[in-house]
Write a protein that binds this ligand. Sequence first.
Ligand SMILES: C[S@@+](CC[C@H](N)C(=O)[O-])C[C@H]1O[C@@H](n2cnc3c(N)ncnc32)[C@H](O)[C@@H]1O
Length: 193
Amino acid sequence: MYDNVEYVECCEVYPPAEDTFLLIDNMEIDKSDRVLEIGTGTGLVSICASFKCLEVTGVDINPHAVKCALNNVKLNKRGNVNVFESDLFENVDGIYDLILFNTPYLPVLEDEHVDDDYSKAWDGGENGREVIDRFLEEVPQYLRDGGKLQLVQSSLSDNDKTLQILEKMGLTASITAVEHVFFEDITLITAYR
Ligand SMILES: C[S@@+](CC[C@H](N)C(=O)[O-])C[C@H]1O[C@@H](n2cnc3c(N)ncnc32)[C@H](O)[C@@H]1O
């Protein structure tokens, strides 16, 4: 249970952790927002968001996560959450007021890389930025003028680079929340269009 939301954890799916809660506790949502969550995992972020906005679309590349999130949506009787499989925006249509992504941000060396569904939750490639950089390249066409994006990453995956890319796109971006965990700072970056 988190934020009055019940959830079940599932095999092969990232269990909610500090980074999940950092995002939930600092989401900037308006009642009329259409929200897109990339990488929904158990669906907890999408479900929490759904109580505060019009509707939520949650997607994940991991089919186990999609199944898990759909079960949790049902458990909480959320009629305004839609979940389906997608590699980033591949199967996503439309334009959103708020886009959320707790990214796979850990640097993982080539010889430590494991090609399975579960590892996609944290494996950010050699520099921790493989998925983050793809996301940043594609996100502008799904974000409405006046919209926001909030992404979670870590001090291990170059926060400054993300801020620079967002500024170059014409967004106003900053780190809006930080949590120190073991050997890294987990950061929430918020950008306004
Ligand atoms: C750190 S986990 C976060 C899960 C959940 N949102 C949470 O906060 O607990 C990252 C999630 O992103 C998903 N993911 C990784 N690469 C992706 C991609 N290219 N497209 C969509 N989802 C992706 C993973 O499967 C995983 O569920």
